[in-house]
Design a protein. Structure first.
Length: 471
């Protein structure tokens, strides 16, 4: 299998060629040249597999330039009951007949990003070893992504992580999660500024081509193809667990902002998984809801990006959407490039009056819904009262939309994207009590923490990186 760019300007490359990179050289996103097709008989046979075995079957179809035995070893190392607290890795619970919750948040940082990141950590170390290379990941985080990346990359040969976070603006839990890691290859920089300031510094570092090349600066952002592939696995797993028979439709609701998680659902569907509908659930930052309702993709400025109680979905543009639109417009790279030029020049594009609009729903199965803070609070309360479960605010965005859109006779799976322990304040507001926390994290905030506070200045961050690496 080879990889190409959504904008048509990249010579075909292999999986290991594109794994460590970010954007394609033409500014597009990398995608496989075809999707492997899984026939019903094979799908049926996959029902008997463990999570790691299923992950092997799927990942090896995309990572065709890594020997099968090595893929097997890497997925087995990534998906252990020790790391995910459960033999099933992504267990399901049935809240009431036909309504399921897919638990994706039992990894080390209690959010679904661990599922992709844990595999990425294994893959990065493997590819760097093979090539005798190193990478220095520089990222900005407001919470979930940074911690998932640090837990995945801690102690990995050939990898250093420099993670910038806004000083004093993360929750005590999130701060403790990141800053208590003792590993020498993990560096936490608390920048005196906002998350946007942190991102600007990361951009400035990446725009300094000389520095970037000399210090082998890389990223693990949500457009990384390896992350998307890893997420495809749990759609198959959930389908096999809840479909009454192979071929029957199953609907999925996915809380999303950046279209990362649900992009994997789209790919699973393109591979032949009989997904009925893929329903995007957004919060007040409703770029995606607007797109799937009207065909208008309109990115928001930072002034129009609301800080909500499901903060990991507070985004103003949905980077991974480009992968879906590429398929929607019959993989026409020139047309795709034109659409994203329109995003750059006018802030969006409108497919509402094109023939593509009807296909989003009809052929590709997409639908959407959105929530407000009051909806989240009401849904957290209702879930607790009706089913005796405590759900986090992002998952509540999903459950709210699931209850609105479920169909008679079609199993509905909502993806749980974080554990409530990560978002204590909102749970206290909804239920009046603090959410349960995994026992091994009871003392998290008491552990010694390590971070370097730094003025909001790219030059100082560069100097820090230089000093750490030249040592
Ligand atoms: C990252 C994140 C999301 C959104 O993921 P997308 O990439 O936008 O699909 C939702 N919930 C939580 C808890 C997250 O950490």
């Amino acid at each position: 299998m080879n990889y190409i760019s959504t904008r048509g300007g990249m010579a075909p490359q292999t999986f290991t060629d594109i794994l460590l990179g970010g954007l394609a050289p033409d500014g597009g996103l990398v995608v496989p040249d075809t999707y492997p097709r899984i026939e019903p008989a094979l799908l049926e046979a996959w029902s008997a597999l463990s999570y790691a075995e299923l992950a092997f079957e799927i990942v090896s179809r995309f990572a065709t330039d890594i020997p099968a035995a090595d893929v097997k070893r890497l997925v087995e190392a990534a998906y252990t009951p020790e790391a995910f607290g459960h033999a099933d890795i992504t267990p399901l619970t049935e809240l009431e007949p036909g309504l399921h919750l897919l638990h994706l948040s039992n990894g080390p940082t209690l959010a679904f990003k661990d599922i992709a990141m844990q595999l990425l950590g294994q893959l990065f170390e493997y590819v760097l070893d093979q090539r005798g290379e190193t990478i220095n990941i520089v990222g900005a985080t407001s919470g979930d992504t940074g911690s998932a990346a640090e837990y995945a990359m801690r102690g990995k040969r050939g990898v250093n992580v420099f993670m910038l976070s806004p000083h004093g603006r993360m929750s005590p839990f999130q701060r403790a999660q990141m800053f208590s890691l003792p590993d020498a290859n993990i560096h936490n920089l608390a920048v005196e500024g906002t998350f946007d300031d942190c991102q600007d510094i990361v951009k400035a570092i990446n725009n300094d081509a000389g520095f970037k090349a000399k210090y082998k600066i890389g990223a693990v952002n949500s457009i990384n193809w390896g992350r998307v592939v890893a997420q495809v696995v749990y759609y198959f797993r959930a389908y096999l667990a809840v479909a009454p028979r192979i071929g029957a439709p199953v609907d999925f609701v996915v809380p999303s902002g950046n279209f990362g998680n649900i992009c994997a659902g789209h790919i699973a569907r393109q591979m032949g998984l009989p997904v009925g509908r893929l329903i995007v659930a957004t919060n007040e930052n409703d770029v995606l809801d607007e797109f799937f309702r009207t065909g208008l993709y309109r990115v928001r400025g930072s002034a129009d990006t609301h800080a909500t109680s499901s903060p990991s979905m507070d985004i103003s543009k949905a980077s991974n959407l480009e992968r879906f639109v590429f398929d929607l417009i019959d993989r026409d790279g020139a047309e795709l490039a034109r659409l994203w030029q329109e995003v750059d020049s006018t802030g969006g594009f409108d497919l509402g009056k094109t023939r593509y609009f009807a296909r989003m729903v009809g052929e590709f199965g997409f639908a959407s819904g959105k929530s407000t803070h009051a909806d989240r609070i009401a849904t957290i309360r209702a879930a607790h009262a009706r089913w005796g479960v405590v759900i986090d605010p992002h998952t509540a965005d999903g459950v709210k939309v699931a209850l609105e859109t479920r169909r008679d006779g079609v199993p509905m799976v909502t993806l749980e994207t974080a554990l409530p322990a990560k978002f204590e304040a909102t749970i206290v507001e909804a239920l009046g009590s603090t959410p349960p926390r995994p026992a091994e994290l009871a003392d998290l905030e008491q552990r010694p923490q390590r971070s370097t506070v730094m003025a909001n200045d790219a030059a100082l961050v560069k100097a820090f990186i230089q000093q750490a690496l030249d040592r």
